[in-house]
Design a protein around this ligand. Structure first.
Ligand SMILES: Nc1ncnc2c1ncn2[C@@H]1O[C@H](COP(=O)(O)OP(=O)(O)OP(=O)(O)O)[C@@H](O)[C@H]1O
Ligand SMILES: [Mg+2]
Length: 394
């Protein structure tokens, strides 16, 4: 991570009496990203989230060691104003806790305490926040009614809107979507993604649902027994799990929607250089490497097509010195961030590798078909080769 984290836990221990709930947690939360916190029940997720805005201060018998830095400042330092911290770092809890007042006043409460008095401005904030929490259409005609008269799922979205209304620097969400019914939950997830693409908020959220973590999280942190096991993008966690626990944890995720060409491609494989290498050189190179097809790149490194061994052998026989006439220009290429799910359909259209290029069509690497099969089936190289050999025998 190259930017300075907005929040950073350093050697953080937390005890409830004798019971240690956080064990030397070190974790950086990058700014303007969504970090998903996931792990089994009781592993310390809520406890950790609460340490980020000092909510545990309210629990009797709690001892905290280590530090949490918010924009470089230790929030546990004696001179820090806790009210100021909570204004910067908002929290939505798992159970809805609307104030016993109207829907409108619930949302306007925070902005009013920040000194906003203009009715037009407050109206605007209320509408924008309720829209952000995917509940505007349901409540726009009853804004003056009590929030306590709403259903549980509606109350939860009011609480999300209330948190959004004060535009906190960081938003913490403790399983804020888990009590919502599945349709509204997906709607909320999509709202959050839309909000994120527009506003670029820093959000840390807890979920029990790995698919939700993968869908919403730019980064995922996996916890167990009060310790962080691994933090990284979903792709990093899937492709290089830090330990057996993480590997098992992510075992059942649909990898094909997460793993990209960049993770499974062969970097800088052998290429045919247009105008520089002719049939003689290339056939020798290909035999050495036991390959039958090569990507062709021009002097600027742009992918222009591919050549096959049999065509090069023909050119050699005919004493033709350049390869131009046998380059196949229509080839299948993808960008390095293309996910396996979107590469697979190309497999049925070609028996060449899938070439990987950047936006300028500069050649970057190749995804051999065997890598795609390994990725999708989870079988290893030896098994794949056996399957291919058996298929050939048939
Ligand atoms: N107020 C408290 N007093 C004493 N122990 C607590 C308190 N809150 C949590 N604990 C204990 O700390 C540990 C971590 O709890 P925490 O609520 O952080 O887990 P969690 O990962 O959020 O679990 P869940 O997924 O069930 O919400 C548990 O063993 C829990 O019993
Ligand atoms: Mg919890």
């Amino acid at each position: 991570m190259n930017q300075t984290p907005i929040l950073s836990a350093k050697d953080l221990d937390l005890f409830y009496g004798e019971n240690q709930a956080l064990k030397s947690v070190n974790m950086d939360i990058p700014e303007k990203q969504v970090t998903a916190l996931i792990g089994p029940s009781g592993c310390g997720k809520s406890t950790f989230l609460k340490t980020l805005d000092r909510m545990n201060d309210l629990v009797p018998g709690v001892t905290i060691r280590g530090r949490v830095e918010y924009r470089g400042r230790n929030i546990y330092a004696p001179d820090v104003d806790v009210t100021w911290i909570r204004r910067q770092i908002g929290m939505v809890f798992q159970k809805p806790n609307p104030f016993p007042m109207s829907i409108y006043d619930n949302i306007a409460y925070g902005p009013r305490t920040h000194g906003i008095k203009s009715k037009a401005k407050l109206d605007e904030i209320v509408e924008k926040s309720l829209r952000g929490a995917a509940i505007w259409d349901e409540v726009k005609d009853r804004l003056k009614k009590s929030a306590l008269g709403l259903s549980g799922g509606q109350q939860q979205r009011i609480c999300i809107a209330r948190a959004l209304a004060v535009e906190p620097d960081v938003l913490l969400m403790d399983e804020a979507f888990s009590a919502l019914d599945p349709l509204i939950r997906v709607q909320m997830q999509d709202e959050l993604l839309a909000l994120q693409s527009k506003m670029k908020k820093t959000i840390v959220f807890i979920t029990h649902d790995l698919e939700e973590a993968v869908k919403l999280g730019d980064r995922i942190a996996i916890m167990r027994d009060g310790e962080i096991q691994q933090t990284g993008t979903s792709e990093e966690i899937l492709t290089t799990p830090a330990n057996e626990y993480v590997r098992c944890f992510v075992e059942n995720v649909d990898r094909s929607r997460i793993v990209t060409a960049a993770s499974i491609m062969v970097d800088k494989p052998m290429v045919a250089r247009l105008g520089k290498e002719g049939p003689e050189v290339l056939t020798r190179k290909m035999r050495e490497r036991k390959t039958t097809v090569l990507p062709v790149v021009d002097p600027d490194g742009i992918l222009v097509g591919e050549v096959r061994l049999e065509d090069l052998l023909w050119l050699r026989k005919e004493h033709i010195l350049n390869i131009d006439s046998v380059i196949k220009k229509e080839v299948h290429s993808v960008l390095s961030d293309t996910v396996v799910e979107d590469i697979l359909p190309l497999m049925t259209k070609t028996n060449s590798p899938i070439w990987v290029v950047n936006e300028r069509r500069e050649f970057e690497g190749m995804v051999p078909l065997s890598s795609l099969i390994i990725e999708v089936t989870g079988k290893d190289k030896k098994e794949i080769n056996e399957i291919i050999q058996n298929a050939i025998k048939l």
